[in-house]
Every structure is written in structure tokens, then in C-alpha cells.
Design a protein around this ligand. Structure first.
Ligand SMILES: C[S@@+](CC[C@H](N)C(=O)[O-])C[C@H]1O[C@@H](n2cnc3c(N)ncnc32)[C@H](O)[C@@H]1O
Length: 270
């Protein structure tokens, strides 16, 4: 069971999504528990202020440290230590390997920013894994947080109808996209399903799918097939795995010595 604490100023923006479909079923089945917490509750002044103007001037408002420290410390006092995730555009790009790593955690705490983002002391004074959903800027961390929760929860045993679904898909073999899929009818508007998929020959189907996945990756994401500049050799240096079952060790993409972890940042900022 994975327990998630989602800290946001807009609980209503995430609650409906967390009740729907696979996440809703995972919660009902007791495989996922989600607590949504409005961290405005931890502001102590009369107006429940969570943001303030930036020192040094400039546009927008900055999230104050006190309510967030208080919220994080209260959750952890009550429930126990969490793997803390800060959603931010300058974080580590979110990838499947990170989702897989997070699916092995017991308890996650996700902090959604708003406005201009966080007072830097929130990053420096608490240890975080900082995650970005991509190179674009949203108004808040709620959509990135939901993406992280969903990508992680669907990897938990028993959450997808067929656990094989999470094995045979893009990025599972670390550097391949998914192969094309077809269903009935066998012919639609002059487009025929490839004969091999109708042949009943499982080995031929598996080979066709592997070749298609490779061709599609080469065409659309050749960067995925590049061996990393350092570290272990990439998949080009190895024969393709017959069952697409090999995986990046999680630490290959999420090591503690990355600049996105606050422990390293605080070291370099001193
Ligand atoms: C308007 S954004 C702040 C942008 C920030 N001033 C910057 O330029 O990087 C407000 C909040 O939305 C969330 N957010 C926006 N884009 C994001 C992304 N690509 N990935 C993760 N979180 C994002 C973060 O929590 C962020 O603190």
C-alpha cells in the first residue's frame, strides 16, 4: 500500500481526479491511500496568509516558509517520515524510472507550488526530490502532482487490471517506445491490420512488436537510444532483451548526488 500526502492550496482541483477511474479503484481496494491537505490551514495570521511580496522587488508573490514547514512537520509527526517531492519547473524531469522508484516507497509527500513559487528556504531547510513535469510553466503544482501520483500508483501490484500492462509499454525497457496496437475490425476504411498479428504465431508477433518498437523509437526519439555519456552502456551496446523485461536500476536516473536533491544543493550553497 502506498500512502500519499498531497499538499495544495486547491484541494478541490485534485479531489475529483483522485476519485475517478483507476486511482479511485486503487483507493477503494486499499492499495493507495491519499490525504489531500490545504496548507493554508497552517498559516497563523488572521487572514491565513501563505504568500508575500518578493524581497528585492519584482512581480508576483512567493510562498512563505512558515506554513509549509509547519504542514510538512505536522504530517510527518502524525504519519511518519515521507519521501518528499517538490513540484517545480526547475526540478529533475519526471521519467518512468522515477515513477518506478517512487512505487517502492511507503509514504510520499507532494508539495504543489503556486504564484512565483517557493521561498528558497523551503528547498534549503527541508530535504526534497524536486520534480518537473516538463519544460513549460503551469500555474500550479497540482497537475504535475497528479501525474506523479498516477504514474506511480499504476505500477503498484494489482492496480492495473493486468499487471503485464505496466511491463509492456513505453519506457519499460529503459529506452524503447511502445509498439503499435490494433483491435477489431481487421480492416477499417482500407487500412488492414498487419497479417502477422492475425497469424496466431506468438513468436512472430513478439518479434514484429520488438522491431516496430525499435523502429518507432529510432524515428521519434532517437535520443532514447543514445548511450549515456558516462555510466553503464546504453541499450545499443547490448542485445535487445527478448521479453522487454530489463530495467534501468532506479539509481541510474535518481541518484542522491543529482543537483535536484536538496541535500546536494545545500552543500553547494554553503
Ligand atoms: C507559475 S509556477 C512558478 C514558476 C517559477 N517562477 C519559474 O519560473 O520556474 C507556480 C508553481 O507551479 C508548479 N509548476 C509549474 N510548472 C511546473 C512544471 N513544469 N513542473 C512541475 N511543477 C510546475 C510549481 O509548483 C510552481 O511552484
Amino acid at each position: 500500500m502506498l500512502e500519499v500526502h498531497l499538499l495544495t492550496l486547491f484541494p478541490e482541483a485534485v479531489e475529483a481526479y483522485l476519485r475517478a477511474s483507476i486511482l479511485g479503484r486503487a483507493r477503494a481496494a486499499g492499495r493507495l491511500r491519499v490525504h489531500v491537505l490545504d496548507f493554508r490551514r497552517f498559516a497563523t495570521d488572521r487572514h491565513r496568509t501563505v504568500d508575500d511580496r518578493p524581497f528585492g522587488g519584482g512581480p508576483g508573490m512567493v510562498l512563505k516558509p512558515e506554513p509549509i514547514f509547519e504542514a510538512v512537520e505536522t504530517v510527518e509527526r502524525e504519519f511518519g517520515p515521507c519521501r518528499r517531492i517538490l513540484l517545480t519547473p526547475d526540478g529533475q524531469p519526471f521519467r518512468q524510472a522515477m515513477a518506478r522508484e517512487l512505487s517502492g516507497e511507503k509514504r510520499l509527500l507532494l508539495l504543489c507550488g503556486r504564484y512565483e513559487g517557493f521561498d528558497e528556504r523551503i528547498r534549503l531547510g527541508l530535504e526534497w526530490t524536486e520534480i518537473s513535469l516538463g519544460d513549460f510553466v503551469l500555474c500550479g503544482g497540482e497537475i504535475p502532482a497528479l501525474a506523479v501520483v498516477e504514474a506511480t500508483a499504476r505500477l503498484l501490484p494489482g492496480v492495473l487490471g493486468d499487471d503485464q500492462s505496466a511491463v509492456q509499454e513505453s519506457f519499460t525497457d529503459p529506452c524503447l517506445l511502445d509498439h503499435p496496437h490494433y483491435t477489431r475490425p481487421a480492416e477499417f476504411r482500407g487500412m488492414r491490420v498487419p497479417d502477422v498479428l492475425l497469424s496466431g504465431n506468438h513468436q512472430a508477433v513478439a518479434e514484429w512488436r520488438r522491431a516496430q518498437a525499435r523502429a518507432r523509437t529510432l524515428e521519434r526519439r532517437p535520443d532514447l537510444l543514445q548511450p549515456p555519456s558516462s555510466g553503464p552502456p546504453g541499450p545499443e551496446a547490448q542485445p535487445p532483451s527478448p521479453d522487454r523485461g530489463t530495467r534501468n536500476p532506479p539509481e541510474a536516473e535518481a541518484r542522491d548526488d543529482q543537483p535536484w536533491t536538496s541535500s546536494e544543493k545545500s552543500k553547494s550553497s554553503t
